[in-house]
Write a protein that binds this ligand. Structure first.
Ligand code: ADP
Ligand code: MG
Length: 778
């Protein structure tokens, strides 16, 4: 197993730990020095340093394309050649596993190994026309020893429990099958990226602040490729697992108690089992490898040891506080590096194709035989030949000459027949033997015996037929089952893919403008996306209330990622303009080529006419036409260049759109979480809040909403609608005014104002929004 290390860039406020990278021969090494002050609680006066060797070490400034080229590309090449491959990222939470495997959600250049590998694989497949390829992808998340199918097309699954549960089945050959994990076909890069995006979205939605699934679960994105040469019976199948493991931090750090502790124990348990498997694999002469202890190791069974090209990326956060975790990550990596793998080709034979091939071979041999013997041979002997043989045998048996021989020629069928016939004669009782030998006397024999004999014969025949029928019935059953399985599989996959298509097409609705081109509308319409909030609309009925909408608008503008959203919008617009430009250029070049073609034809007609009217002049090389052809070639070249740039841009634009959609979903989700929390808080809040600083408003919400809502609540306005005694008291009471007498006191909530005029205005805005909702409901 090849093991690489990647060091994550330090954050701004982080203190650098001390480490150094040496490019020694043959393997580079990473040296980590533990400073004295880290050994808290212990008396530790000597500086300890640890040295670890890696295949290659990528320091902080390493970019995603370099990572792909040196780590993932060789594995992808192997997979294309028919071997299995696995790349897994191991490290503590926040060390950059997801960033490395999937990529950052912000910049196109930040896309990680999965999208780059997909792009590379489909590129290569397209280039190779010698084989027929089919590609499928699957995306599995393992959380608390349970598997979930992330490619579930039902977009609205908002909790992990809503996703289809995947279970492990082991067949009689101890092969692992994952039940309920959908394999979606992807015929091109775009489809595959859409699936990845769907999975990531489901992964994000399934995550709640409570479970923080991303750090506690393993995610396995698998690309399945099968290839076949036309006419050949062998199919090559290979898989590439891209694994984002759970955070490797130890229990001690996460020991919080209750629910979280079970989880912490669990992840560490499954990583612990992974470690055990790896230790067992690294030891020579170990016959038992404890794969079965956890779901993770079962799934990766054929991808860790043995038949696989496996690569590990140890992600390291090298700030002071994480030094010890980094050291344990490196220790794990060193053990992994000891495992030796041997990848073999996964070829299997398609029985149908095999039959066709064998039939052909038989025909060839028959033809050859006919050529040698000069006779066409069928498998059966003719009636005439049989009679002839019977006669021959009879004379042979009757002949008393010891030197007599039975000569039927070099024909296996005849030889076999003779033996069988003689056996029958031998087995018959003497009398009937005589009967056969002397036909004339047989009529006098008792008919009794003959009947008995006939009966025996018929019984035998019956037995034979029974056997045949039995065999046929079993075969029929098998066929039926096969057909049924195939049908249900077909149904399942087609149902899956159509639903998926639908959900994708609805979710990307706006990006599918008529010309199918990459509309900017989607980007601009981030604002109008309010009406499509799936969660909110489910919670509040069909439409969001005005108050909620207002809050969402504000939340959106305050959102931490809003700068990136804007950046991406700009970038998208730029790319889009560029694409448009290129499109125009393409058209131009195409027109030019057509024009040149027309010119050539014209020229040819002219010359042909000339040749007719002036036959003495031979049709020779025409420099003008040649020149035109050369021009066309030039134009074609530039067309190709522009076109490939255009295609690249298209991929980038699509990716950007997916990123935007992802951010948008996250925004909605975060808002929903925040909103429901706020609502809950408001409901649970006692009548008076005692601490003057407890404003139940999202801090960020206050901070930058100041430039947003100057219209309704300016802090200077004296005629504010909330200018009532409660406000002057620095606290405000509100409830449902129309039902005041009947509402129970608990629904009246008081909020102390903060004293900061801007914050207060915002609180009031929120209260107004809330009131709007209450009124709507009432
Ligand atoms: P993990 O999956 O290991 O928990 P993440 O991949 O989510 O960690 O990384 C945590 C944060 O650090 C993310 O915001 C990510 O964008 C950032 N990050 C990680 N690695 C890098 C890197 N090499 N360059 C820039 N940012 C990174
Ligand atoms: Mg992660």
């Amino acid at each position: 197993i090849r093991v690489y290390a990647r060091v994550k860039p330090l954050g701004r406020r982080q203190q650098a730990g001390s480490y150094s990278v040496d490019d020694e021969e043959p393997l580079p090494s990473l040296e980590i020095t533990v400073p004295r002050d880290l050994a808290d609680g212990f008396i530790n006066n000597k500086r300890e340093s640890y040295k670890f060797k890696f295949q290659k070490i990528f320091d902080q400034e390493a970019k995603q394309d370099v990572i792909f080229d040196s780590i993932a590309k060789p594995v992808a090449e192997c997979v294309l050649a028919g071997y299995n491959g696995t790349i897994f990222a191991y490290g503590q939470t926040g060390s950059g596993k997801t960033f490395t495997i999937t990529g950052g959600a912000e910049r196109y250049s930040d896309r990680g190994i999965i999208p780059r590998t997909l792009s590379y694989i489909f590129d290569q497949l397209q280039k190779d026309s010698s084989k027929v390829y089919t590609t499928h992808v699957s995306y599995l998340e393992i959380y608390n020893e349970c598997g979930y199918d992330l490619l579930d097309p039902r977009h609205e699954a908002s909790r992990m429990e809503d996703l289809p549960k995947v279970t492990i089945m082991e067949d009689s050959d101890q092969n692992i099958h994952l039940k309920n994990l959908s394999l979606q076909q992807a015929t091109n890069e775009e489809e595959a990226l859409n699936l990845l995006f769907l999975g990531d979205t489901n992964r994000m939605i399934a995550e709640t602040p409570m479970n923080q699934a991303s750090s506690r679960s393993h995610c396995i994105f698998t690309i399945h490729i099968s290839s076949k040469e036309p006419g050949s019976a062998t199919i090559r199948r290979s898989k590439l697992h891209l694994v984002d493991l759970a955070g490797s931090e130890r229990v001690a750090k996460t020991g919080i108690g209750g629910h979280l502790l079970t989880e912490a124990k669990y992840i560490n348990l499954s990583l612990h089992y992974l470690e055990q498997v790896i230790i067992a694999l690294a030891e020579k002469n170990r016959s038992h490898i404890p794969y079965r202890n956890s779901m993770m190791t079962s799934v990766l069974r054929d991808s860790l040891g043995g038949n696989c090209m496996t690569t590990m990326i140890a992600t390291l956060a090298m700030d002071k506080r994480n030094i010890d975790e980094s050291i344990s990550t490196c220790r794990f990596a060193q053990r992994v590096a000891l495992i030796k793998n041997e990848a073999v080709l996964n070829e299997e034979i398609d029985p149908r194709l095999m039959i066709v091939q064998l039939k052909k071979e038989i025909q060839d041999l028959k033809d050859e035989l006919a050529l040698v013997t000069g006779k066409q041979r069928t498998s059966e002997l003719s009636q005439e030949e049989l009679l002839q043989l019977d006669e021959l045998i009879e004379t042979f048996l009757k002949d008393n000459d010891p030197d007599s021989s039975l000569d039927v020629g070099a024909d296996m069928r005849k030889i076999k027949y003779c033996f069988i016939h003689m056996k029958q004669i031998m087995n018959r009782p003497m009398t009937s033997g005589k009967k056969l030998l002397s036909q004339d006397t047989s009529e006098e024999k008792s008919s009794n015996k003959e009947a008995g004999e006939e009966l025996e014969k018929l019984k035998g025949l019956l037995q034979q037929r029974d056997n045949e029928i039995n065999i046929l019935v079993t075969m029929l059953k098998k066929e039926k089952k096969k057909a049924r399985d195939a049908l249900s599989q077909l149904n399942a996959t087609s149902a899956g893919s159509t639903v998926l298509e639908q959900s994708l097409s609805t979710s990307l609705e706006e990006s599918q403008s008529p010309s199918r081109c990459l509309s900017l509308k989607e980007a601009k319409n981030l604002h109008s996306s309010v009406s499509r909030l799936p969660f909110l609309s489910r919670e509040t009925g069909r439409k969001m209330s005005l108050g909620c909408q207002e809050a969402f608008e504000i939340f959106k503008r305050d959102y931490a990622d809003s700068i990136t959203i804007e950046d991406n919008k700009q970038l998208l617009k730029q790319r889009f303009d560029e694409a448009k430009c290129l499109g125009e250029k393409l058209n131009e070049v195409r027109n030019k080529i057509n024009h040149l073609k027309g010119k050539i034809i014209q020229r040819q007609i002219q010359r042909a006419a000339l040749a007719v009217s002036n036959p003495s002049e031979e049709l020779t090389f025409d420099p003008v036409e040649d020149n035109l052809r050369m021009q066309i070639e030039e134009e074609k070249k530039s067309y190709k260049i522009v076109y490939s740039r255009f295609k690249g841009l298209k991929v980038e634009i699509e990716h950007l759109q997916l990123l935007m959609e992802k951010v948008r979903m996250k925004l909605q989700k975060d808002f929903e979480v925040w909103w429901s929390e706020e609502a809950k808080k408001l409901q649970e809040e006692p009548e008076m809040v005692t601490s003057p600083n407890t404003a139940t408003v999202y801090p960020q919400f206050i901070r930058s909403s100041r430039h947003l809502s100057p219209n309704s609540f300016s802090d200077t306005s004296r005629d504010s609608p909330y200018e009532d005694p409660a406000v002057k008291n620095n606290s405000i009471t509100f409830g449902n005014p129309t039902l005041k007498t009947r509402t129970p006191p608990s629904s009246n909530t008081s909020i102390l104002l903060t004293g900061d005029s801007q914050a207060d205005a915002d609180i009031l805005a929120f209260i107004k929004a809330r009131q709007n909702i209450l009124q709507k409901k009432g």
